[in-house]
Design a protein. Sequence first.
Length: 211
Amino acid sequence: MGQNVLQTLSEDNGGAIQDPRTRRREVAQDLIAIAYRQGVFVAANGVVSDYHLDPALFMTKPTLLRRLGSLLAEQIDTDVDRIAGREPGSAALAIATALHTGLPYVSLRPTSPESSSSTVCGELHANERVILIEDVLSSGSHALRGARTLTESNATLVAVLGVIDRGEGATEALTAAGITYMPMFAMDELAKRHAVSRHSTSLAQGGQRDI
């Protein structure tokens, strides 16, 4: 998204333009402060980790959500027609990004709690160029399902934009599927900069919490 568009939107809201690097650094600090939790957690794919980044914690903070939307908006080219987000996962991020870009959005809603398939909620036309917004990516399985839903709806998936990549296979999985993937932050970067631990293993043990 062009800087002139972002400036216009910010001025319309009476806001000041902040240096993107400063905003990115402050957002990274806030993500760790708000969403990082230590413990023993088990992901749906069986990976055990001693930390968790809870998207619900940072997506329910309006001031942080607004800044995340602005950073995601800066990565979107002018030839994109629409934004998509998964329910309940990344819908709030998609809305925040849509508000910053002025682009319409659609949500991808699971057909049932147990199903891996989704349906498109909202207006989506054939051959539209769509950006899929994700929150925290591990294996990339949710993003792949969202991508499949969009392509099956005859849309063109331009890229997947993520907030945090945990470094547990999402890059490899999405690249193998031929999908452009642009995470805002890598967990390695956040861990090094903010001195937090990150350890994962595929050996599950009893008593862990699911993530």
